[in-house]
Every structure is written in structure tokens, then in C-alpha cells.
Design a protein around this ligand. Sequence first.
Ligand code: NAP
Length: 479
Amino acid sequence: MTAVRFTGAAIISRRVSIGTIDNPLRVAVVGSGPAGFYSAGHLLADKELAIEVDMFDRLPTPFGLVRAGVAPDHPKIKSVTRVYEKTAAKEQFRFFGNVKIGEHLSHADLERHYHAIVYAYGCETDRQLGIDGEELPGSYAATEFVAWYNGHPDYRDIEFDLSCERVAIVGNGNVAMDLARMLVLPRAELEGTDTADHAIEALASSNVKHVVVLGRRGQAQAAFTNPELRELGELTDADVIVEPFELDRHSAQSIDGEGEITPRRNVEILQEFSGRTPEGKPKQVELRFLVSPVAIRGDEKVEQIELVHNRLEHGGEGQIRAQATDEHETLDVGLVFRAVGYRGIPIDGVPFDEWKGTIPNEEGRVLDPHAQHAVPGLYVAGWVKRGPSGVIGTNKRDAQETVEHLLEDVREGRLGDPERPARAAIEELVRERQPDVVDYAGWEAIDASEKAAGEPQGRPRVKLTRIAEMVEAARAARV
Ligand code: NAP
């Protein structure tokens, strides 16, 4: 139990009269990715209280980054949705897709209808590098490219010019690994996946031959995980290149994350890569370390990226920092992707930490930023709670912590009744504000139609990539 404080007005001494059959605990979960579904799952697994969960998503399709972020050549990771489907099948669960909080419904609307709200809408936008030329055509956020190849409707019409031979990816995390692979996968491998059709065509006919991944720190500080790194060494069409001098430069600095298993294995894998003789595959993925971009140059579009070489130094609290040297280098590239992390975005009326890009909270209880008190009935889970870190499973523990605190607050009588608790009231309001709302049966119809389109091609699905098509497919199910 935490020592979090609550605002006086919030302490409503009415122990456990919420969560009864007559007054079920009504929770709105905003966001239908892993954090949202694990939150709903933990809530609906509670054996003592009567609980109803309504989940909202701005898209007609659920599952967040499992659908729009996980790389299409990683289908096993996507099978986690089976767990979420079990939650969605429960009678006390409803899905309101194609409903945006902040547009169709406000935070205040949710407060009027629910005892508690769990914000679990992730980190929708990207971090910037803050360097000259970042806005040039050809310089993109990884988030845009990832969403585009995954068929996210908002990114469907971006046209990436893949006519250049050399591409730079800034960042040393798993998103950088995903991008590097996707840029060099052969047509045959793309065609077996649920990559959006528009992206398969563009990627398969791309001219990209050399992808260079730029890490600002050393090999042992890279954020990618072992299997993702290892995969780069197993690509059909691309040799992985790690120049031995890159590794020598780093080991000379002897700051190597000793003792931690993931960085140690990463270093071993990189050493193995650096000892390889390239097989002469048509493409290459090159990994560079201790370099930071300082400018992106080009007349009308990206032509070059200027790098500064870094050395490592100890910062405060055990941190190992990259410190720029005087040595510069310029690479000719036609595209730059920054894969340096994601950021959350605020919702009107909900506290937000602009600096961190997250909702301020203590173990999932949203804090009033001025008073540092918990705001009763307001919770947060997933990336918008802790920042964009961890794998899908990390959200399970994260959501559990949030839900435990939510239920503790119910039991301790800290939550009040909303103005309009009836289950039908919110549905009525949603239908009035967004007639194109898609419920879970609507999603199941979209899902079935995508799978049916994929089946003759031996693909898991052919994604619908326009909202109107999705709404249409969902509606067809009702007829
Ligand atoms: P990430 O793991 O936090 O990596 C971000 C990378 O960007 C780090 O190498 C960081 O370097 C670098 N960076 C940050 N600011 C920079 C700057 N100004 N200049 C140069 N480099 C900079 O983030 P991510 O790759 O976006 O992934 C987000 C989360 O999703 C991670 O937890 C990841 O594991 C997960 N994910 C998992 C999978 C999978 O399981 N297959 C796939 C995709 C994503 P520093 O370390 O020096 O800050």
C-alpha cells in the first residue's frame, strides 16, 4: 500500500457501496492496446466487486500497437490478442471504437458517467532530435513509417520516397531494428505478412540498398534486445555490417555494462557480426556506434546527415552519457528516420507532464500536478503512465499495479458516484456524438473480412486502412 495522499473533498466515507449488483463499479478504459486490455482484464477478474468496463479507442479497430506497431514479420508477438479477445468476450465489457476522447467525448463526459477512468492511450507521437534540417522532406519519425507499413489510417496516404540507395536510422532501440529489417525484406517475405498492401508495393520496389543504424552511445548501452539484434544477422537479402574498428573504439573506453545480461549478450552478438565476411547479399544493414546527428542537409530534400563522434563519460546516478568530440563525419543518405522514442499527448482536463510526455502519477494514481495529491477516480496505465519502455508483457504488471490501487480506492471509500451511472446513458451519448461508433461485434466483422481477404493469398489478413472502409465492414455485420 502506498502513502499517496488524496484531496480532502475526495474522501467519501462510504465503504464498498460501489461495486454491488445495484451499483456496479463502472470504469472507462481509454485506449485498447495492451495496457488498456490488461487493465480491463485485471478489473474483470476481480471476484468480490461487480464491475463493468467500457473501453474507448479513437480507431474502429482495437489492440493499439499490437496492430499498428508490432512489425508485420513478427506475427507470433501479435498472437497475444487472443488473451484480449477473452476479456472482450465478457458480458461486462463493451468496446466503443472510432470514438475519440477530446473530440467526441470530453474527459468531463467520462467523469459524469464513470466511477473511475483509466487512461491507457499510449504515446502517440515521437520525440524530436532538435537539429537543423529535421523538417526537410525525407526526414521522418519512425512512428510515421511504422504506422504507415502497419496500415494505420492516419498515415495511409504518406508517400515515402524509397528511390534512394542509402537510409539512416537514428536510435539504437527495437524500433530502429524493426525499421532496418522492414526496409530490406524481400517481396516474398513481405507478401506473407499483414503489412498494408500500399506498403508492400512501395517496400518491395524500393531502391534502398544500405541502411545505417546510428547509436549515440556504445554497443553495451544499446537499447535493443538480444533476439531483435540477432535477427539482423539472419536476413535473407542483407548482410549485417559491424566494422571491427567500431567495437575496438568502444572497448577501449571500457564502459561496457558488465554484469547485465542483455547488454553483455548484445556485445557478444555484435562481436560475432564484426567477425563475419559479408556474403555479398544485395543489401546491407550497418550498425554504427558513438555517433550523433548534428544536422540533416539537402537543398529540397534530405541528401546528407552530419554526425559528430562521441565519447562516453559517467554522468550522475550511474548514467553513462555520450559526450561530443571535435570529430565530424558526413554520410550521403536520401532518407532519415528518427527512432529515438515516443511521447504521449495530453487530453484536455487531464494532468499532463509536458517534459516527460506522460500523465503524472504515483503507481497508476493520477496526481494533481499542483497539489501532488491523487485525483480520485483517475488512473493511468502503460506508456502514458511510465513512458515508452518495455515489451508488451511489461504492461501486464503495470496495469495490475494500477488496477490494484483503483480497487483499493473503491474499498477504502475514496470514489464517488458519477452523475449518470446507467450503462445505457453513455451509449446514448456516444451514438449521438459519433453515429459511426464501432462496437466489438463491429470489430469482429472487420477482423473476419480482413482475414477472409488474406486467406486466398496465404496471408494472416489484408488490412483495411481507411476508417470509412472499416465502418462499412462493421456495419455490414449488423445487416
Ligand atoms: P528505446 O528502446 O527507448 O530506444 C530509443 C533509442 O534512441 C535509444 O538507443 C536512445 O539512446 C536513442 N536516442 C534517444 N534520443 C536520442 C538522440 N537525441 N539522439 C540519438 N539517439 C537518441 O525506444 P524505441 O526503440 O522507440 O522502443 C520503445 C519501446 O518499445 C522499447 O521498450 C522497445 O523495446 C519496445 N519495442 C519492442 C519491440 C519488440 O519487442 N520486438 C519492438 C519495437 C519496440 P540512449 O540510450 O543513449 O538514450
